[in-house]
Design a protein around this ligand. Structure first.
Ligand code: OX2
Length: 838
């Protein structure tokens, strides 16, 4: 036995015990031990949450050897580390994902069963960390999964919001928001590292003087200081030893702080200050692609970026290397402009703290940062009012002016006499009030700039970053987004995973291109049937969920037509609604009409202050109320608004989709990632030539994709020629009927005011070309109706969609970032025996 144990240790496998063993018995013991020794509970009084916690701790214990080994190796080794800076991470629940990546799902299922529970029931108990708004935050989570799975050394840095994205409920058809108190029952996945903390200065002024050596000194005297404390969560790769770190910062008052005021007899003032400090990481701003120029938001951005850069510099210097080589240890990816203040902060740290000369500091900075742009929407391009900026970051304003001064010399030399170019490239905007352009700061300070889908990158080069592309074309490249097949197939669609694996083995989970191997079964009637049975099973599951949540009965045999994403005018949920009403009117005109029964499923949150988006939610529910209850419809149409769309709910919805609605105005959706997850799960897409839809269509084949609508070029052309939406209304009697019904109160108990803001904007403005695309949309939907009747052909198309989605794995995206931008390689982790470390 001793010999066998020694052999196991040699092979980096620990001797099985309650803490580390992976057998069913070891897992059971670990769960019981945690319940008793950590939580002080015995089975009869343990709650469902107690069991959830016990299991999660048992799983985390089994991740720790990988985690500590990875961190140790990466920090001390010669390798470069990818640092992903993002204000948002939309991770979704951890438990099931960690079980899959650790490869102990079935053992745990058995262990839990033997303890008298079902694993699914405990998995459902987890409250997800909703630390993001939508696609941008979810992309960060997929990329963290792929980085670890590809064994790339990486740290994700962000904010540990105490309240994540609000919880959405629907009341009388309207969205109402409730706070997301996700930490209420504790978070078993994170470890607070109180010893890892940094001070962050805010406000105040800059004192300037010449020191004894004749050097100009900029001394930032802050108005106040907050402390950032690290909270670490392991991100385990799929069946590898790598476990990377997600390090989120919580803001607190610095230690010395309340004490001083307390002595001065200002106790309540001290408590107030403590609250002000804690406010910084209190809540996630719930706007997706709409900036809110609030001071607190700037403070949040600066807070997490400053902590993160101080941490990286600390890690780098501790390894004994020089500050000048920083960029050889870290490459920093900016997830949109939210962390772009990092460029000025890096300069400040190098100049003021590490006493470097400007040119040397600028060299280090511009070899460190790379910038991803995620949107072309003007309302999402970040700018900061200069006075507000100065009141939070006075020293950074100086630095930005200096960067700008030097940069504009180069610009002037290149574009001599071209004032338009100089204005557009300047970091400072001059309007009635001056403002700082964060996309320009990100662009000047980064060695690489990328868009997130091929069309998006091309449009970036032609529009918002046109002058930047002319100035430094070599910085630009495209990195089409991707999604992780671990969460979005293995975890959320185990039945389809099993069916696929029965035909082509399971290596596709790490090499998604291998799904190609399914193509040869696309015409096989037996496989088609098995495929559609899995789909039906997923639809039945969702049907039960809908019944449980909304008390609604829907027909699982009907076509599940799904649009799930943030509610936004450019995403055009209202175009979908116009089609629903069109079908309804056909039924009303001819109750015996032969149409394919459909269940329209919507889900998504609106920014709390976005009136028109909230009105769209109300409209969906109002139309649903009429359509769902009209006896003439005979249940052939059902409209469902599934509340509180988040990762947990998305995992239940995607596998059940027959049709994926990707109907944004061409040129507006930078990429989209829901489009990828739905097609991967065998849904067919109805979509415009927008974002990644273009590439999805190329991959799955145009005959397996339902295309409609104006192209991005046509949208621009139509607008420049003077778009008059009213003409479309006037000339199309079906469209006219639909809009008139909404206006006349048909769906609002004759209330004619409620939707007026929406219909007026469609008729007289229609920025997003809803009316222009209406006819084309209805026509393609009629083709879809026809196509769905041919079950075998639909199955074939569905199989081909999945089979051809290999490109859209986030593993592929991350490989491209690694090879073309970051220049980093995989570093396989060797496990260290914890009992042998000094
Ligand atoms: C989103 C984009 O809207 C979406 O198209 C893209 O797929 C996603 O980012 C990931 O790249 N906020 N959210 C986005 O952009 C911004 C800004």
């Amino acid at each position: 036995i001793e010999e066998a144990a020694a052999e196991q240790v040699k092979n980096n496998i620990l001797v099985e015990d309650a803490r580390t063993g992976l057998s069913v018995d070891a897992l059971k013991r670990a769960i019981s031990n945690n319940l008793f020794y950590v939580q002080g509970k015995y089975p009869e009084i343990a709650t469902r949450n107690d069991y959830f916690m016990a299991i999660s701790y048992a799983v985390r214990d089994r991740m720790l050897q990988r985690w500590t080994s990875s961190v140790r190796q990466y920090i001390s080794g010669k390798n470069k580390i990818v640092s992903y800076l993002s204000a948002e991470y939309l991770l979704g629940p951890h438990l099931a994902n960690n079980l899959i990546n650790l490869d102990i799902y079935s053992q745990m299922e058995q262990a839990v069963k033997e303890l008298g529970f079902s694993l699914d029931w405990l998995i459902d108990k987890e409250v997800e960390p909703g630390l993001g708004n939508g696609g941008l935050g979810r992309l960060a989570a997929c990329y963290m999964d792929s980085l670890a799975s590809l064994e790339v050394p990486a740290i994700g840095y962000g904010i540990r919001y105490q309240f994540g994205i609000f919880e959405q409920a629907i009341s009388d058809g309207w969205q109402v928001e409730d706070t997301d108190n996700w930490l209420r029952r504790g978070n078993p996945w994170e470890i607070a590292r109180r010893e890892i903390s940094y001070d962050v200065k805010l406000g105040g002024h800059v004192q300037r003087y010449i020191d004894e050596k004749g050097k100009l000194i900029n001394n930032w005297i802050p108005g106040w200081v907050v402390k950032g404390v690290a909270y670490d969560t392991p991100i385990l790769g799929y069946k590898v030893n790598t476990a990377n770190t997600l390090r989120l910062w919580k803001s607190e008052a610095p230690r010395t702080f309340d004490f001083q005021s307390f002595n001065a007899g200002e106790y309540s003032n001290a408590v107030n200050q403590k609250i002000i400090c804690e406010n910084i990481s209190k809540v996630l701003y719930p706007n997706d692609e709409q900036i809110e120029g609030k001071k607190l938001r700037l403070q949040q951005q600066y807070f997490f970026v400053s902590c993160s850069l101080q941490d990286m510099i600390n890690i780098h210097l501790r390894s004994g290397d020089k500050i000048e080589n920083f960029y050889e240890k870290f490459v920093v990816q900016l997830n949109d402009t939210h962390p772009s203040i990092g460029i000025a902060e890096m300069m400040r740290l190098l100049l003021d703290v590490h006493r470097m000369e400007w040119d040397d500091a600028w060299k280090v900075t511009t070899k460190t940062f790379a910038y991803t742009n995620h949107t072309l929407l003007p309302e999402a391009l970040e700018t900061w009012d200069l006075e507000l900026f100065a009141s939070v970051l006075p020293r950074h304003l100086d630095i930005i002016y200096e960067i700008n001064k030097r940069f504009l010399v180069d610009v002037t030399l290149k574009f001599f006499g071209n004032h338009q170019k100089i204005d557009s490239l300047s970091l400072i905007g001059e309007g009635r009030r001056k403002y700082i352009k964060m996309a320009n700061l990100a662009s000047v300070g980064s060695f690489a700039i990328n868009g997130v889908a091929s069309l998006h990158t091309e449009l970036l080069k032609k529009t918002v970053l046109k002058d930047w592309y002319e100035f430094s074309p070599e910085k630009f490249s495209n990195k089409t987004n991707g999604v992780t097949p671990r969460r979005w197939m293995v975890l959320s669609n185990p039945q389809l995973t099993k069916l696929i694996t029965s035909k082509i083995g399971d290596t596709w989970i790490k090499h998604l291109e291998e799904l190609k191997g399914l193509e040869k079964y696309a015409e096989d009637p037996e496989f088609q049937q098995a495929w559609m049975e899995v789909k039906l099973e997923q639809k039945k599951k969702l049907t039960r969920k809908i019944h449980g949540t909304l008390g609604m009965i829907v027909n699982p045999e009907s076509l599940f037509d799904i649009q799930v994403k943030r509610i936004h005018e450019y995403k055009r949920q209202h175009l979908n609604v116009l089609h629903i009403i069109t079908l309804y009117n056909r039924i009303k005109r001819n109750p015996d009409i032969d149409i394919v029964p459909r269940t329209f499923i919507f889900a998504g949150k609106s920014a709390p202050g976005y009136r028109k988006a909230k009105l769209i939610i109300k409209l969906i529910n109002a139309v649903g109320k009429v359509v769902n209850n009209d006896p003439d419809v005979k249940d052939r149409l059902k409209v469902v608004f599934y509340p509180n769309y988040n990762v947990t709910n998305a995992q239940k919805i995607y596998p059940a989709a027959d049709l994926s609605e990707q109907i944004s105005t061409a040129g507006k959706e930078a990429s989209g990632t829901g489009n990828m997850k739905l097609s991967l799960n065998g849904a067919l897409t109805v979509g415009t030539l927008d974002g990644a839809n273009v590439e999805i269509r190329e991959c799955v084949g145009e005959e397996n994709f339902f295309l409609f609508g104006l192209t991005a070029d046509e949208v621009e052309k139509t607008k420049s020629e003077g778009y008059r939406p009213w003409e479309y209304y006037k000339n199309n009697k079906y469209l006219r009927e639909v809009i008139d019904q909404i206006n006349d109160g048909y769906f609002s108990q004759l209330d004619q005011l409620i939707f007026k803001e929406l219909t007026d904007s469609l008729l007289y403005d229609d920025q997003f070309m809803v009316l222009a695309d209406y006819q084309s949309y209805v026509e393609i939907q009629d083709k879809i109706d026809e196509a769905f009747r041919d079950k075998s052909n639909w199955a074939r198309m569905s199989i081909l969609n999945t089979a051809r989605m290999g490109k859209f794995s986030s593993d592929r995206s991350i490989r491209e970032y690694c090879n073309e931008i970051w220049k980093v390689e995989s570093v396989p982790v060797e496990l260290i025996d914890p009992s042998k470390t000094s």
